[in-house]
Design a protein around this ligand. Structure first.
Ligand code: AMP
Length: 503
């Protein structure tokens, strides 16, 4: 089944329901949204796009995004969303690797991309886009099989060149159904607010909101602006958003400074990187029970585990803090296990590599059989993340295997040290890595962002008071900001290079 049928259904049932917004202003109801997608689909086919072809989306978070995406799907093509913050040369590399036939690009991105690539670039909002919108609509969706490619997701690349994860129609449908079962309900009077890049988790979550006929709101800033989010939430109400943990932290800080209550925020799904207990506790204290956590990766998009709203909020369970530090339990459509380095399942309670299998798991990487064979073993996705499942089924991440620090033969999980540092009121951000050591193999060093310059001795005393002596950093480097990628994930590779340069 072509997942774009969800748009056709909602448009049939509720054509007048508001669909696409730029800020407070409605730009299309569902009838118009569907009609535009079908017209652009007809135009794409007239341009020679065939089922299975790849169509790039190098766009900011604008209302045309979803029109272009559903048009490509309706024509039977797969989309290749590219983060709008990438350099045109990086976008060109992705389009080339994907073998894309055409790319929709929004204003401010199209010119640079056109200069960098031979792929046909279409400016959304430009003259050609207008011609596409006036084209004869495709009479019906192009049929797609469950295993057909739907979304080619280039991993954010915290290491090496990005790889194209093949996301199929079946995977997205499984993800959406799992969302309803494990994450949240969606109603027609709800609002999806896109404040994080639509090329990633925030955008992939559009399908549940299309199926249920909710509103889709694109902030005029085209990005993440706390004051704008609070304003739009108040205006539209019942807002759902996907946020990286750093965004939640920023929203909490701004809300506390300004006295903002977060009225209108219904659900903030966070994930994509570690959320520290002190940060989420503060966020819940301020905004109330609006948070749900998910853990996933492009290879099993948004749906390996979920930590429910009640688990995030509950402080009565004897294990509430451990649960809050976990990423929750397996989502309905995946089987979860912990494996040894050869992929053999390990008993409960042991630390090992997190493995997932089920309908939401990718069939492999785009034209990369070697990487696919490494990531997929006997149907299991080897996530590259280390973790531990407790007897109640809660999974706690223990850092990616490459981030684990082994000092004197003992495993040290950077996350634990980071959690400890962050409980200090003057520490804003912390990232812990291993430094080569002639005797111990590695020792622990911390990069910290502090409110004011801090004495390393004070940081050390704080660690000594909270974690085992052997885990405490042997050096603290205070910095103004941690290096992050376009999705807000801390780049430990960059910290390692910084460390190398310093030695
Ligand atoms: P990506 O494929 O770019 O979405 O990155 C996925 C990776 O982000 C995972 O393999 C994890 O290492 C990390 N990640 C995702 N969700 C969480 C979470 N809730 N907590 C901690 N790390 C996460």
């Amino acid at each position: 089944m072509n997942i774009a049928l969800w748009l056709a259904r909602t448009a049939q049932i509720s054509p007048d329901r508001p669909a696409l917004y730029l800020g407070r202003e409605m730009v299309a109801d569902y009838g118009t949204f569907h009609e535009r997608a079908m017209r652009v689909a007809g135009w794409l086919i007239s341009k020679g796009i065939q089922p299975g072809d790849r169509v790039g989306l190098f766009m900011k978070n604008v209302p045309e995004y979803l029109v272009a995406q559903y048009a490509a799907w309706a024509a039977g093509a797969a989309v290749v969303p590219i983060n709008a913050k990438l350099h045109a040369k990086e976008a060109e590399w992705i389009l080339d690797n994907a073998g894309a036939r055409l790319c929709f690009a929004s204003s401010g991105l199209c010119d640079a991309l056109s200069d960098a690539t031979d792929v046909d670039c279409v400016l959304t909002g430009g003259a050609e886009w207008e011609r596409a919108l006036a084209y004869d609509p495709l009479p019906s969706m192009t049929p797609r099989a469950p295993a057909d490619l739907c979304w080619l997701f280039y991993t954010s690349g915290t290491t090496g060149r990005p790889k194209g994860v093949m996301i199929t129609h079946r995977m997205l449908q499984a993800m959406a159904l799992s969302y309803f079962a494990d994450v949240d309900e969606v109603h027609e009077d709800d609002t999806a607010l896109y404040a994080a890049p639509m090329s990633h988790g925030a955008g992939i979550y559009n399908v549940m909101h299309v199926l249920k006929g909710a509103r889709h709101v694109h902030p005029p800033s085209q990005g993440f602006d706390e004051a704008e989010i609070f304003d739009l939430a108040r205006h539209h109400g019942r807002v759902h958003m996907f946020c990286a943990p750093t965004m939640v932290k920023r929203m909490t800080e701004v809300a506390k400074q300004t006295g903002e209550s977060g009225a209108g925020l219904r659900t903030i799904v966070y994930g994509g990187g570690p959320m520290y207990v002190s940060d989420i506790t503060e966020a819940v204290d301020h905004f109330g029970p609006v948070f749900v956590q998910i853990y996933g990766q492009g290879e099993c998009p948004m749906c390996i585990t979920a930590l429910s709203r009640s688990d995030v909020t509950d402080r009565t369970h004897p294990n509430w803090q451990a649960r809050l530090a976990s990423v929750g339990r397996a989502q309905s459509v995946v089987e979860l296990a912990i494996g040894d380095s050869a992929g053999n399942p390990l008993p409960a309670g042991e630390v090992g590599e997190i493995m997932a299998r089920g309908d939401a798991v990718m069939p492999g990487y785009w034209q990369n059989p070697e990487a696919s064979a490494k990531a997929l073993r006997d149907g299991w996705l080897m996530t590259g993340d280390m973790g531990q499942i407790d007897e109640d089924g809660y999974l706690t991440l223990k850092d990616r295997s490459k981030d684990l620090i082994i000092s004197g033969g003992t495993n040290i999980y950077p996350r634990e040290v980071e959690e400890a540092l962050l409980t200090h009121p003057d520490v804003v951000e912390a990232s812990v890595i291993g430094r080569p050591h002639p005797e111990w193999g590695e020792d622990v060093v911390a990069f910290v962002v502090c409110r004011d310059k801090m004495d390393s001795a004070a940081l050390d005393a704080h660690c000594l008071a909270n974690i085992a002596r052997f885990k405490r950093p042997k050096a603290y480097f205070q910095t103004d900001a941690l290096p992050k990628n376009n999705y807000g994930k801390v780049l430990k590779t960059a910290l390692r290079s910084q460390l190398e340069e310093m030695s």
